[in-house]
Design a protein around this ligand. Sequence first.
Ligand code: SF4
Length: 238
Amino acid sequence: MILKKSILKINTLLLKKYGIPPRSESIPDPLDILIGTILSQNTNDRNSYKAYIKLKTSYPDWSDVEKLSQKEIETIVKVAGLGKQKSSAIKKVLTFLKNKRGRISLDYLNELDDSEILNELIKFEGVGLKTASCVLLFALRRNSCPVDTHVNRTLNRIGIVSSKNPEKTFVIINEQMPENIAHQFHTNLIRLGREICKPQNPNCKICPLLKFCKFEDKNLDKVSIYKVNDFLLLDSIK
Ligand code: SF4
């Protein structure tokens, strides 16, 4: 219950700073999201997007990608890095769906509950909880918050979890996730982690969570505190 209240409080403060993140009206295909997220592992958005677009424009239908050899897929997606591992994971997902489900599609996941979907997806090579939970959130519109390094770092610094393992953090926070906020919570927290609560030198002095955050090593270097007429003023040193 305490964790749920803390998540709500953080979400409210982030909404004040960033607003409600936009969401496309059309719901993305789960297989598109799965393969896009596999390509995004351990690289930046620009390179993973390039690889994804190259794959989709060369072969708009996943059944055509399935007919390629792993080596051919690797050649197309290598700009995303880890080409061998990612092409192998993509090939295996597509071949599994064709041989075991009779159709290259993840639409059947819509019939399953959240934990069944996660269990189904993490059986695939190269698919961990983070990738599987992206499919849950972005394609299946479930109330599930993926935990990447940004989300894990900020939640640990804020002090609502104490776990170096993003998968453990995922389980802890999603057990207490309030209804209908996972998308905004996840998206705004990632933005906070990229823009303010960076791995090195977090910019605590402009952070919307400054008063709530329990991080002991807050970076307030360029901020001094003056006591004036019983009021504390936080003033940036010019
Ligand atoms: S106050 Fe600092 S450490 Fe805490 S969340 Fe904000 S930027 Fe991160």
